[in-house]
Design a protein around this ligand. Structure first.
Ligand code: AMP
Ligand code: MN
Ligand code: MN
Ligand code: MN
Length: 291
């Protein structure tokens, strides 16, 4: 059985390869009835996605995936069903974009030191827009023959101890949750198994997140094994968190992750999906009729 929603996807507004409208079209073709667009640190793709969703007759949850620094580590917090015009949210995201711009130059300088030139310009050209991420550098390095694919880049470059690494200096956890809640959204910890945290550190994160009013945990993720889904379902239950599910789709170039082909939530989960059953969503969306 697969779910008819997908609450974690990327477009060209961040490091995805499909334009927001194209992403929505593909989601519709894949049977998705309610889609969240959750670009990294930007809501710039929401308007186009919402228009395309209306056209296709599916629902769109305006969302974002905020980069957060917590206890010396980067974690990603999803904001779902938020108002993409909220001034405080937009100002917070602007700060992250400014940091990204500096970081991109710094990654370029560090790659130069390792004998790889043109990385900054190359990544910017591949990004096309305002936001430059490590994925754009990864695609540049693959095109230059430094690695066979993006996954290999993230083993040999751009990560701790490797050329091109820059330690993240992102939003605080409390700050990010403040922006999401201020914009009327619901927060969820993205792909929790990806952080490779010890069990106790992850539970510390979830405890703090819950204390700050965070409500969701991405139990089912395109980057989770089935065992990891079950482990995360138990953590969600222990902390009273609602279970979210998302592919973390970045485009058809990564054939190991597909849109809207998510396995069911493990038994006993309280689905975050139910929060969006009514049409009280932000951003003029939810054109799906069946209710
Ligand atoms: P950034 O937010 O710019 O630091 O980049 C983080 C992004 O890099 C993630 O959202 C993924 O798209 C990508 N990424 C990180 N690790 C990997 C990996 N091991 N394989 C493929 N993509 C990765
Ligand atoms: Mn990404
Ligand atoms: Mn992420
Ligand atoms: Mn993501």
């Amino acid at each position: 059985m697969s779910l008819s929603y997908d609450f974690h996807t990327h477009s060209t507004a961040s490091d995805g390869t499909l334009a927001p409208g194209e992403l929505v079209k593909r989601a519709h073709e894949a049977g998705v009835e309610l889609l969240a667009l959750t670009d990294h640190d930007t809501v710039a793709g929401i308007a186009e996605a919402a228009a395309a969703a209306q056209e296709a007759g599916i629902g769109l949850l305006p969302g974002v995936e905020i980069s957060v620094s917590w206890n010396g580590q980067t974690v990603h917090i999803l904001g779902l069903n938020l108002d993409p015009r909220n001034p405080t949210l937009l100002e917070g995201l602007r700060g992250l974009l400014e940091y990204r711009a500096w970081r991109a130059e710094e990654i370029g300088r560090r790659l130069e030191k390792a004998g790889i030139s043109g990385g900054y310009e190359g990544a910017r050209a591949l990004a096309g827009g305002e936001l430059v991420g490590r994925t754009h550098f990864a695609r540049f390095l693959v095109a230059g023959g430094y690695a066979r694919d993006v996954r290999e880049v993230f083993r040999n470059f751009l990560v701790k101890g490797k050329p091109g690494h820059v330690t993240g200096d992102w939003a605080g956890l409390e700050e990010a949750l403040g922006w999401i809640h201020g914009a009327g959204g619901v927060a969820a910890v993205a792909h929790p198994a990806r952080y490779r945290m010890t069990r106790s550190k992850l539970r510390r994160l979830l405890g703090e997140f819950h204390e700050l009013g965070g409500q969701g945990l991405e139990v089912v993720s395109g980057s989770h094994s089935r065992d990891e889904c079950f482990t995360m379902a138990r953590h969600a239950r222990d902390f009273g968190l609602l279970a979210s599910a998302g592919s973390d789709y970045h485009g058809p170039e990564n054939p190991w992750i597909s849109l809207g082909r998510l396995p069911a939530l493990p038994p006993g989960c309280r689905p975050i999906r139910h929060l969006f059953d009514t049409d009280e969503t932000n951003g003029a969306v939810l054109s799906n009729t069946s209710g």
